[in-house]
Design a binder for this molecule. Sequence first.
Ligand SMILES: Cc1ncc(COP(=O)(O)O)c(C=O)c1O
Length: 380
Amino acid sequence: MTSDLIRLSRAQVGADELQALARVIDVGYLGMSVEVQTFEKELTEYIGNDRQVVCVNTGTSALHLATQACGIGRGDEVLIPTITYVASFQAVSATGATPIACEVNPLTGFIDVDDAEKRITPRTKAIMPVHYASGFSDLEKVYDLAQKHKLRVIEDAAHSFGGFYKDKRVGALGDIVCFSFDGIKNITCGEGGAVVTGDLKTAEKVRDARLLGVEHDTEKRFSGQRSWDFDVTEQGWRYHMSDLMASIGRTQLKRLSEFSVRRQQIARHYQQFLKNYSNLQCLAIDYDVVVPHIFLVLVKQGGRDSLRSYLQNQNIQTGLHYKPNHLLTLFKTDYALPKAEQMYKEILTLPLHSLLTDDDVKRVCEAITTWVKDQDKNAA
Ligand SMILES: Cc1ncc(COP(=O)(O)O)c(C=O)c1O
C-alpha cells in the first residue's frame, strides 16, 4: 500500500475564509474598496503604526512598484542575490533596470554583502536583499553598505511575514519591505502582496502606480467614489488588491499566530533531527524569531538528487528553491558565482506547512534516516 502524499506546501484555508468571501459577495462589489482599506489598517497596526502599508495583487508587483517608486529605471542597476525566486529579478527588469546577480552566503543563503559591494558601479541605485527561507542574517550589513554608497534598500520579504527582526515585526524597520501573500506563503490572500515603508513619498507613488497611475484613486475608492476627471503623470499598472483577496488576508492575519507556532515547531524538529547527520546541513536560522516559509537542507557530497528521488518514491514532495538567476537565459552573466552554484547542487526543500501532522514529520525524518543508512551501506 502506498502512503498518502506529503505535500511540500499548502495553504490552511477553510470555513473562516469562506465566510469572509461570502461577506464581500453579499456586498456585491468585489474590486478594491473597504476590505482592502481595512486590511491595510490591520496590517499597519500589526507591523507598526509609523509604517505605510500598500496592498497589491502579488509580491512580484510589490517589488516592481517599490523599485519604480525609487525612480529606478533604464540604465540603472540593482544588486540582488542570485538565489531567489525569478520574481525578484523580473520585478527589477520590469522597470527597465538591470538586476545584478550577487553571491550568497552558503550558511544562510542571504546576499553576500562583500561580493555585492564589489559589483557597485555609478549606475547602482539599490540593493534588494532577499529574506531567503525567512532569514535575514546580514541585513544590518546591507544597510551599512547602502548608507555608504547612497543606495535604496528594497527588502524582498516574500518568505518572512510574521517574523521578528531586532525585536520588531519584520517590516517595522527598513527602507522598503515587500511581502507576498500568494497561495502558499505564511499567510495567503489567494494571491497578493504588500509594500511597507516609513517613507510617505514612496508610499504615495506606489499607491498611485498600483491603479494605472491615476492620481489619488486610492483615496477616492476608499471613500466609495470613482475617479472621472483625473490626471496621470507617471507610468502605472493594474496591480491593486481586490476586496475578495483582502477578505481572505484579513482572516489569515487573525490565524497567523496559530500557523506560525506550527511552522516553527516543525522547522525546529527538522533542525534538531538533522544534527545527527554530518552530510545534511541546515541553514543557520533561529526559529524562535523567524516564521519559516520553506525549510532547506543542504545535502553534501553529491547526494541531493538521490535523496530527492528516494523521498519522491516514498510519496514525499520536495523542492529546489531556487535555480540561480544568473544561470537563466534572460539574466545570464559573463561571470561565475561559484558559492551559489555549489549551493544550488545541494539545496533540497523539505515539506513545511501548518497542516503537516506529527506523523507526517516523523515519516519525512524516518525516510531520511533510511536513505542515510542505505548510503552508508553502499559506501562500506
Ligand atoms: C523570494 C520571493 N520573492 C518574490 C516572490 C513573488 O511573490 P508572488 O508570488 O506573490 O508574486 C516570491 C514568491 O514565491 C518569492 O519566493
